[in-house]
Design a binder for this molecule. Structure first.
Ligand SMILES: Nc1nc2c(ncn2[C@@H]2O[C@H](COP(=O)(O)OP(=O)(O)OP(=O)(O)O)[C@@H](O)[C@H]2O)c(=O)[nH]1
Ligand SMILES: [Mg+2]
Ligand SMILES: [Zn+2]
Length: 356
């Protein structure tokens, strides 16, 4: 593999880079997003880069600015890079912005596999897992599950089988970073030149695991003592690292909320078994809630579909509908504001014309 391929480059990004027809630029991959600049991996090493004024002013939504994992086209001046373009994304893992609920927040771009991490001693919640798995399917990446801190739980088997009931299609890795248990199994599934990220609440052990995979304490982790106190985050930024076995991994800060952003078949992938029954619903556009002749509801009554999965399914769908309505309202307001400004400008110009 050449150096770029080792950073995850492939024909998809190469095509998008070549289409720019900019021989003065080189491809690079965002490793860290700082407040005022980026740390970028390139063929020749790591550089600090800023975004060009053009890119900044021509980008309409924040989600389109460079994010960790993105491939970009940049110009190099000695040590400093200037980012001119974000190459088309193959994968985009998003959630609803916690502070601005009608805005998309991109957590990571262009990852192949996203690990959802929950710890075996507390923080175990299958509904949350299902929500995150849905977001991962929406991103275009593959989901996998890590059950961490198995050393602190007496009945790991039981938890694993609970997970299997809800996620029969997804790989599960129970492990303990501290006791070095189960790491080998995970490592076997981390491949050279492929990109991974771990998401999960603060304190579940994301950074500790990455440190264990590296074999060195590269990332800051929470002291045990601090781990109990609420609201503390050890990791405050997303960071991409290359593991000794060649896998590329992005550490993320703990997330308390994970609101779904738009649905791109994520729901139907997570709740794949519903589809089978849905074919037999009386109405083609059955919402599987109040309709007569709903085969999904019948399957629930017959115990063929897990009731909790169904409840969570309804919740996620409702949430997405609500979000869509809110975004529509926001867009309508923005549109109205735009018209008012245009009308004002128009009147001003007309009045000027009259005075002359
Ligand atoms: N017993 C036990 N403790 C662990 C294990 N993995 C991590 N921890 C501890 O859990 C605490 C939190 O670990 P971190 O790796 O900082 O957690 P994080 O998920 O990165 O947290 P944020 O960066 O805040 O999102 C630390 O005190 C770790 O030592 C494990 O396998 N077993
Ligand atoms: Mg961390
Ligand atoms: Zn139905």
């Amino acid at each position: 593999m050449n150096k770029l391929d080792l950073l995850g480059y492939n024909s998809f990004y190469e095509k998008s880079f070549k289409e720019l027809k900019r021989e003065d630029l080189i491809p690079g991959r965002i490793a860290v997003e700082n407040k005022n600049n980026y740390e970028v991996f390139t063929e020749t090493g790591e550089v600090i880069a800023e975004i060009s004024g053009n890119l900044l002013f021509n980008t309409e939504v924040k989600a389109e600015l460079p994010k960790v994992g993105d491939w970009v086209a940049l110009a190099l001046f000695d040590e400093l890079g200037i980012i001119h373009h974000v190459l088309k994304r193959q994968v985009k893992l998003s959630r609803k912005n916690v502070d601005n609920k009608t805005e998309e927040q991109v957590i990571a771009a262009n990852v192949d596999v996203v690990f959802v991490m929950q710890s075996a001693n507390d923080n175990f919640n299958l509904n949350r897992m299902e929500r995150q798995v849905t977001a991962i399917y929406n991103s275009g990446a593959m989901p996998a599950i890590i059950l961490s801190k198995t050393d602190l739980c007496d009945d790991v088997e039981n938890l694993v089988s609970e997970i299997k009931v809800r996620f029969s299609e997804i790989q599960i890795f129970p492990l303990s970073s501290i006791k070095n248990n189960g790491l080998e199994e995970l490592e076997k599934n981390i491949l050279q030149g492929k990109t991974y990220t771990i998401i999960g609440s603060s304190g579940v052990g994301k950074s500790t695991l990455i440190n264990s995979l590296i074999g060195e304490d590269v990332l800051k982790t929470l002291e045990i003592r601090e781990a109990d106190s609420r609201g503390r985050h050890a990791t405050t930024r997303r960071q991409m690292l290359v593991l000794p076995n060649g896998g590329i991994i992005i550490d993320t800060p703990g997330m308390r909320e994970f609101g779904l952003w738009e649905d791109v078949n994520g729901i139907s992938k997570t709740y794949f078994e519903f589809e089978e029954y849905a074919h037999s619903c009386r109405y083609d556009d059955c919402s599987h809630t109040v309709e007569t002749g709903c085969a999904v509801k019948k399957a629930i009554d017959d115990g063929e579909i897990d009731h909790e999965r169904y409840e969570n399914y309804l919740k996620l769908r409702k949430e997405l509908n609500f979000l869509e309505t809110k975004i529509d309202v926001r867009k309508a307001i923005e549109e109205k504001k735009k018209w008012i400004t245009i009308q004002k400008d128009y009147r001003r110009i007309m009045n000027k014309g009259k005075k002359k």
